[in-house]
Ligand binder design. Structure first.
Ligand code: SAM
Length: 270
């Protein structure tokens, strides 16, 4: 028996929240929200696939991995379990970098690029910038390269553990490194814990280890008057400021809150 999109949507509401149901229907049919509403009385063309998607989402799989796409700064990025799903907070980091740096040419490094969200967005927003993206994970670099090609971004890629394979210096270094402490595993959402790569989430030393590694060699990789921008955990501001102040006593370090009012980003100028 055939079902309308309205009926399958109502059925899915018994298991998932409305936002997730609508994202699945829109992603599956390549519809905008207005198109979804317009097609509600039509026959559902993809019922078996939609039913399977809802089953996967009920098993905590993130909608973005089911659909193999994540919306970030007005673009769709391919994502799968090899990379972190880019978050809204990271869009605010992009906003800060773009607002601060209007100059036509900037040489930029995105350290820990994952899906390539930061590097590719900056290159698309500022095509004259020379952008390099690095990650310790070869799998992540493969996904980021795929996104760079599909979004016509022309970003360069390097597989590197922090700065180990990076010789160059940059005007801007941007990083959203893994910053969750192992001890937080017990309070984390199952959707994140079961599906997102732990290499992208967790770092030793209470989540501070990658900032510590970056701080030790940051000056060697920034050009004169260069600046670094980092996303941070909302409770990590004081510790991370202390890490950079200790490694770089002459640097200026400033903290920025996100839209929710939480400490979320820092800027380090050398
Ligand atoms: C929180 S994710 C950020 C991904 C992406 N930049 C974003 O904002 O959506 C952190 C990324 O850092 C990478 N990473 C973890 N340890 C690293 C290391 N030692 N050196 C370089 N990259 C690392 C992970 O593989 C992951 O892709």
């Amino acid at each position: 028996m055939t079902k309308t999109n309205f009926e399958v949507r109502q059925w899915a509401f018994s298991y998932l929240n409305q936002a997730d149901v609508d994202l699945l229907l829109m992603g599956l049919n390549d519809w905008t929200y207005s198109q979804l509403i317009l097609h509600l009385r039509d026959e559902c063309q993809n019922w078996p696939i939609f039913e399977a998607y809802v089953r996967r989402a009920r098993n905590d799989e993130p909608i973005q991995y089911i659909l193999k796409q994540a919306h970030f700064y007005d673009r769709f990025f391919y994502v799968d379990q090899r990379v972190l799903i880019p978050r809204m907070e990271t869009e605010e980091l992009i906003e800060w970098v773009l607002a601060d740096n209007q100059q036509s040419h900037q040489k930029v490094l995105d350290l820990g690029t994952g899906s390539g969200a930061i590097a590719i967005t900056l290159k698309c927003e500022q095509p004259s910038w020379q952008v390099t993206a690095s990650d310790i994970s070869k799998d992540a670099i493969a996904v980021a390269k795929q996104n760079s090609t599909s979004l016509k971004a022309n970003v360069d890629f390097i597989v590197s553990d922090v700065f180990n394979n990076i010789d160059d210096k940059y005007d801007l270094i941007i990083s959203n490194p893994p910053y969750i402490a192992d001890t937080e595993i017990t309070v984390m959402d199952q959707t994140v814990l079961k599906y997102e790569p732990h290499l992208a989430l967790f770092a030793p030393n209470h989540g501070l280890a990658i900032y510590q590694q970056i701080a030790l060699n940051l000056k060697d990789h920034l050009l004169t008057n260069g600046t670094a921008y980092f996303e941070i955990g909302y409770q990590q501001g004081p510790q991370i400021i202390a890490i950079f102040k200790k490694a770089l006593p002459d640097a200026t370090v400033s903290l920025q809150k996100d839209m929710a009012g939480n400490d979320r980003m820092i800027k380090v100028g050398v």
